[in-house]
Design a protein around this ligand. Structure first.
Ligand code: ATP
Length: 357
């Protein structure tokens, strides 16, 4: 059971610079006063009322904390401390300083598939630790795969805000992630399973090798249509001329509509792309390489989309400020009731739905 401290965070931690943000969270570097050790403080805004869609429901924060408490793996971010204040919960997490894996790789001049497969293996090992405990991540995407630091190249999975325990017989359908990475069963509102994560591993590996997002359409609807039609291929030589057949086979075993037919984490870990059995397979990985120029473009496009999102949020805020000056209905804090809705654009989305990019 998740336990929160109720003292002031500032009493125990020196709050430093911003290092990231999420839909309802801000992440800052913090230093523990008693030890001088640095951590990442994730300040999560609590939802104030059931009617509001701003902030995260307390029960969802409790779930994130209890899942983090249960996990203990070299490639999974660890939770050091947790505080609950009136308006927010503060998670004190292990600090990762190596940035996103995709950014790190894109800076290199040449990366062969052997190196890429070793990174994917680390992601799979972290996922195996979760799946062995019937915990699903449900928000696997490049932003949530970071490096502990630039020296060790140790992968770190972060952001367990959508993670769930999958209990036998329990039917979970109410979760969304980011459109490009969501599995067909999520869009079709069908039950989720551990293999929902395996779909995302397929999408991530496809992008890692080619710099192309397999299902990304011009808008969210088109992306969903591409996902449900399993509309992807390796035909474009600009993206796949240097990809091995072994890697394509690995991805083909993951991008399957029926979750029961998808490779499990254990099957992936013993796939020859991850664990080559013959010299020929080893050589195939060593002589195939990533399309880094495309990966750089993919990263740049993502950054551009994120900055457009910030512009759109700023526009909404200034529009709401204008409305507020004309508004009569305010809450106890003087904020117009429900006027700053920054939640998902999808009207059919549930409260557990996160930002659809
Ligand atoms: P989202 O709404 O996008 O899912 P979130 O509110 O769940 O985000 P996180 O994804 O956990 O928040 O964190 C937001 C960002 O903060 C991350 O993308 C990352 O850049 C940074 N971050 C999170 N945890 C850490 C950490 N332990 N060390 C360093 N940076 C971190």
């Amino acid at each position: 059971m998740a336990m929160f401290r109720t003292e002031s965070v500032e009493e125990f931690y020196q709050i430093g610079e911003d290092i990231g943000s999420g839909q309802f969270s801000e992440v800052k570097k913090v230093t523990e006063k008693s030890t001088g050790k640095d951590y990442a403080g994730k300040f999560i805004r609590k939802r104030r009322s059931t009617a509001s869609r701003r902030g995260v429901k307390r029960e969802d924060i409790v779930r994130e904390v209890s899942i983090l408490e249960e996990l203990s793996h070299d490639n999974i971010i660890s939770l050091h401390d947790a505080f609950e204040l009136q308006k927010e919960v503060v998670l004190i997490l292990e600090l990762v300083t190596g940035g996103e894996l995709f950014h790190y790789l894109a800076e290199e001049d040449h990366v062969n598939e052997e190196v890429a497969a070793q990174f994917v293996k680390k992601i799979l090992e972290a996922l195996k630790h979760m799946h062995d405990r019937n915990i699903c991540h449900l928000d696997l995407k490049p932003e949530n795969i970071m490096l502990l630091n630039r020296n060790t190249q140790n992968i770190m999975l972060i952001d367990f805000g959508l993670s769930r325990r999958i209990k036998p017989g329990e039917d979970i359908r109410d979760i969304m992630g980011t459109a490009e990475f969501v599995a067909p069963e999520i869009i079709n509102f069908e039950p989720l399973s551990l293999n929902t994560d395996m779909w995302a591993i397929g999408v991530i590996t496809y992008i890692l090798l080619s710099g192309l997002s397999p299902f990304l359409g011009d808008d969210q609807q088109e992306t969903y249509e591409n996902v449900t039609a399993i509309n992807y291929s390796f035909e474009d030589d600009d993206f796949f001329s240097s990809t091995s057949e072994l890697a394509k086979d690995f991805i083909d075993h993951l991008l399957l509509k029926d979750p029961r037919k998808r490779a499990t984490v254990d099957q992936c870990l013993s796939h020859p792309w991850i664990m080559p059995r013959s010299k020929k397979q080893k050589v195939q990985r060593q002589t195939s390489h990533l399309k880094l120029e495309n990966l750089r473009k993919f990263n740049a496009k993502k950054r551009w989309k994120q900055s457009m999102k910030v512009v759109s949020i700023c526009n909404k805020l200034s529009k709401n400020a204008r409305l507020r000056s004309a508004s009569t209905t305010v809450d106890v804090n003087g904020l117009p009731i429900d006027s700053m809705h920054l939640g998902p654009v999808d009207k059919n989305s549930s409260p557990q739905t996160k930002d659809i990019k």
